[in-house]
Each structure stands twice: as structure tokens, then as C-alpha cells.
Design a protein around this ligand. Structure first.
Ligand code: HEM
Length: 446
């Protein structure tokens, strides 16, 4: 869900203009500023929740707690990145998200670059509708949204169920394996292949492109900006071939590529706009759902009484799914840019300032959500969370994601008495994607 050539958090450099590069290279060169493990040990101005290392170590919770309590609209400024505000309370996040006239998406959805910054050394100028304002946003969204409309989803459910059963049946009973790779990635990738009508045997390319698009050079996925560019150009080339095969047919297919190729508002997209929107759909449908699939297993293992509740009553799955999505919050924040001066809780946000809506914090706001740190599968009003955002950019795939998770848990409960976590999870160094990269488990058949 990233605009792939942005800087999206301290510690990741997705573009690397001048000063930003020098700031970020500190993180990448092995000489990063010290990590603030205990937010109560420093003065409040020194707290900077954009640091991806906090999320990698899963120690960001108290940072946000302190901000919610003492400085809910918190200011930071970084060289090359500029002024930005962290909004951490539920109601304030809703206010920003719902007021797209005041807060624009068109300057980027992750911290850092401004659209139109010509110093992009990679020369990749993506654009996609998550990073647009009306009217263009509305027109492009309207073109593709049908693919996840309830009627289409109902048609997809049996395919998803069959694929889920096959994946679960292939798991090695009696062995320790990585749930992320064998289940979460595999299932979300299969789903994406279905949505794009992408050659099934090559579906892992989609996972790779999603990772390359969101991971900055030098952090393990790709080593250099050049490599990243080459791989994304390969992605563009591949999808352009699919587009060309499908654009001239009399009866367009119902897959996403056909929808884009035939849609009034998308058929004349420039290549980088096409690539940008592909990446939006690949990442949107990939990382988020993938991480929710892993997070559910982790949450139930950390809360065995909830797992027992589920064993006693599997009809709770429908309610558990939004609770997993709240508890994990796969996308910790989205950025907006103030179109004009705005005051929130007495803080003066200036026109042009960046505003980060920290969903991951709003979802733990004790003023709105009771016992927010607890994972409660029969929580009343479980769908009242921020993980899908609000307003005109509210997640387009939210129903699809919920359905995938529901089907997965229905099938898990039919087959296994427990998915047992047998080691510590490993997490992504990112404050934009809350990723679980490894989760060692053993499965126990019923
Ligand atoms: C648990 C899974 C998911 C989570 C937590 C999630 C979260 C989000 C969030 C936070 C936003 C931005 C909302 C805002 O700015 O107000 C968003 C937008 C979006 N999501 Fe998702 N998402 C998920 C699954 C999916 C799936 C499966 C798809 C694939 C179809 C998808 C496609 C999109 C698209 C296209 C947008 C842009 C919408 C717009 O700008 O109008 N998402 N998502």
C-alpha cells in the first residue's frame, strides 16, 4: 500500500533525495541514532514514532500511550522530510480521515516526498488513486471497485474455500514450519492471482513485486535502487503484456486488468500510473491480509482463553475477524497533507504540514475502545476500529479481506485442534506495514 518511491519511515529510504538520504543513510549505514526503548525516559519532543525499529521490536505501544495521554497531536521535524504531526487519538484520526478537503492525499500517503519533487534519482514517478484527491480519485476507484463488490465476492468464496482447504491439507503435521510462508503468503498470493487472472504457476512473482515495491534498497529485499527499479520495470512489462492481450476482446473479463483496460477513466492511463495502481492493488491485497492471517494465530496463542472460547463456539469467527484486524492494525498509519492552516486540540497545523493518522494508536484509545490492549474475540462492536480507515479512501478491499480471514478460520477449526506457536515471531522493520515475517508453528489435527 505504499507509493513505492517514497520515504515511508525513518530507517527506510524509498527514494533518497539529498538531505533525506543523508538522514536515512544514518540508519542504513549501521550508525543509526539510538533507539528510544522507554518513551518515559526522554522528554516528549524526542519521541518519534516513525522509527521502524520500534515496530520491528514491537515496543511502540508505550510511545503511543504517552503521546495519547500527554501530546495527542505531536510535532516532529526531520531534515529532508519536513514538518509532520502524529495524530494518535481515535476521534482526531477520524476527523482528519473524513475531511479530505482539509487534508489532501495527493502529496503522498507515507511520510516524506512531495509529489512533483523532480529530484527523484530513480526516475519512477508512480501515481495511484490512494494518493489522489477528488475528482480523479473517485473516478479511478469507481472503475475498479466492482471487483470486490458483494456479488463478486459471493462468487469468489467457493474458490477461496477450496484453495484454503488445499493449503491446509498440505501442511506438514509433526514438523515445525513457518506459518507466514506456508499459509499467509500462499493464500493471499493465490487470491491476487485470481483477482488479476494472473498465470497461476507464476503467482509468486506477485509476492515478490509487492515486497520490492514496499521495501527500500539495502534492507534485505533488494540491495540497490537500481535492482529495485529493474524489478518494478519487469512488473510493468509483465502486466502490460496482460493488458495488451485483454484490451481488444469484445467481451471484457471480470479480472482487474480487464477492468482497468476497458474502464472509461483508466484506459488511457500513463504507464507509471498503471504501474502505480497495480502496485496499490497488489500491496493492498497482499501485505495487509497476509499479516492479519499470521496475527490471528499469534493472538490466539497469546490469549489461550480466547482460543478455548473459539473451540467451544466457532460461530464467533465472524466477530473475531474484525478483532484480529483491530488488534494487529496491519497499516499503522496513513499520511495526509494540510491544505490550509488547521487547529486540532489547540495545536496549529500549518498549510503544507504532513499529518500522520496513527491507526495503530487510535485502535488502542481507551476513551473509545474498552480494554483496548486485550484481544477479545466476542468483543461487542468489534467492527468499530480504524484499521481500514474512514472517508473516501476507506479500504476498498475490506470485505474481501474479512471474507478471506473468515474462510481461513472456518477451515482451520474444521481441521486442527490447535495451531501452536513454538517460537518468537520475527517482524518487519517498518512503521508503515506492520509485518510478521516469520512465525514458527506446529499444527495439531483434530
Ligand atoms: C486486513 C486487510 C486490509 C487492511 C487492514 C487494509 C487497510 C487499508 C487502509 C488503512 C487504507 C487507507 C484508508 C484511508 O486512507 O482512509 C486502505 C485503502 C485501500 N485498500 Fe486496503 N486493507 C486491507 C485489505 C485490502 C485488500 C484485500 C485490497 C484488495 C482489493 C485492498 C485494497 C485497497 C485499496 C485499493 C485502497 C485505496 C482506497 C482509496 O484510496 O480509495 N485492501 N486499505
Amino acid at each position: 500500500m505504499s507509493e513505492a518511491n517514497e520515504i515511508d519511515e525513518a530507517g527506510t529510504d524509498q527514494k533518497g533525495s539529498g538531505a533525506a538520504r543523508s538522514f536515512l543513510s544514518q540508519y542504513l549505514s549501521g550508525d543509526p541514532p539510538p533507539i528510544i526503548e522507554d518513551p518515559y525516559s526522554v522528554s516528549i519532543e524526542d519521541i518519534n514514532v516513525i522509527d521502524g525499529r520500534l515496530f520491528q521490536r514491537d515496543i511502540h505501544w508505550n510511545h503511543f500511550k504517552r503521546l495519547r495521554e500527554e501530546d495527542p497531536v505531536h510535532f516532529n521535524e526531520l531534515p529532508g522530510i519536513g514538518r509532520y504531526w502524529s495524530v494518535t487519538r481515535f476521534d482526531d484520526i477520524m476527523f482528519v480521515d473524513k475531511n479530505h478537503e482539509l487534508f489532501s492525499s495527493a502529496h503522498g500517503i507515507t511520510l516524506g516526498r512531495r509529489v512533483g519533487d523532480e529530484s527523484d534519482p530513480e526516475g519512477l514517478q508512480f501515481s495511484n488513486f490512494i494518493a489522489m484527491d477528488p475528482p480523479k480519485h473517485d473516478l479511478q476507484r469507481a472503475t475498479v471497485t466492482g471487483v470486490v463488490a458483494p456479488r463478486n465476492l459471493a462468487k469468489l468464496e467457493s474458490t477461496i474455500r477450496e484453495r484454503t482447504r488445499n493449503v491446509l491439507a498440505s501442511l506438514p503435521v509433526g514438523e515445525t514450519f513457518n506459518w507466514v510462508d506456508r499459509v499467509s503468503i500462499e493464500l493471499t498470493t493465490q487470491m491476487l492471482a485470481t483477482l488479476f487472472d494472473f498465470p497461476f504457476e507464476e503467482r509468486r512473482k506477485l509476492t515478490r513485486w509487492s515486497d520490492v515495491a514496499t521495501a527500500p534498497p539495502g534492507t534485505g529485499i533488494v540491495e540497490t535502487a537500481e535492482q529495485r527499479r529493474e524489478e518494478l520495470m519487469e512488473c510493468l512489462g509483465y502486466f502490460t503484456r496482460l493488458w495488451n492481450e485483454r484490451v481488444n476482446t469484445q467481451t471484457p473479463g471480470t479480472d482487474l486488468i480487464s477492468m482497468l483496460a476497458h474502464g472509461e477513466n483508466t484506459k488511457n492511463m500513463q504507464p507509471f500510473e498503471f504501474l502505480g495502481n497495480l502496485i496499490l492493488l497488489i500491496v493492498g491485497g497482499n501485505d495487509t491480509t497476509r499479516n492479519s492471517m499470521s496475527a490471528g494465530v499469534l493472538a490466539l496463542n497469546r490469549n489461550p482463553a480466547e482460543y478455548d472460547k473459539l473451540r467451544n463456539d466457532t460461530s464467533l469467527i465472524t466477530n473475531m475477524v474484525p478483532e484480529i484486524i483491530r488488534w494487529h492494525t496491519p497499516l499503522p498509519y496513513m499520511r495526509r497533507t494540510a491544505n490550509q492552516d488547521v487547529e486540532i486540540r489547540g495545536r496549529q497545523i500549518k498549510a503544507g504540514d504532513q499529518v500522520l493518522m496513527w491507526y495503530v494508536s487510535g485502535n488502542r484509545d481507551e476513551e473509545v475502545i474498552e480494554r483496548p490492549d486485550e484481544f477479545i474475540i466476542d468483543r461487542p462492536n468489534a467492527r468499530h476500529h480504524l484499521s481500514f480507515g474512514f472517508g473516501i479512501h476507506r479500504c476498498m478491499g475490506n470485505r474481501l479481506a474479512e471474507m478471506q480471514l473468515r474462510v481461513l478460520w472456518e477451515e482451520i477449526m474444521r481441521k486442527f485442534s490447535a495451531i501452536e506457536v513454538v517460537g518468537e515471531p520475527e517482524r518487519l522493520r517498518s512503521s508503515f506495514i506492520r509485518g510478521i515475517t516469520s512465525l514458527p508453528v506446529r499444527v495439531h489435527p483434530l
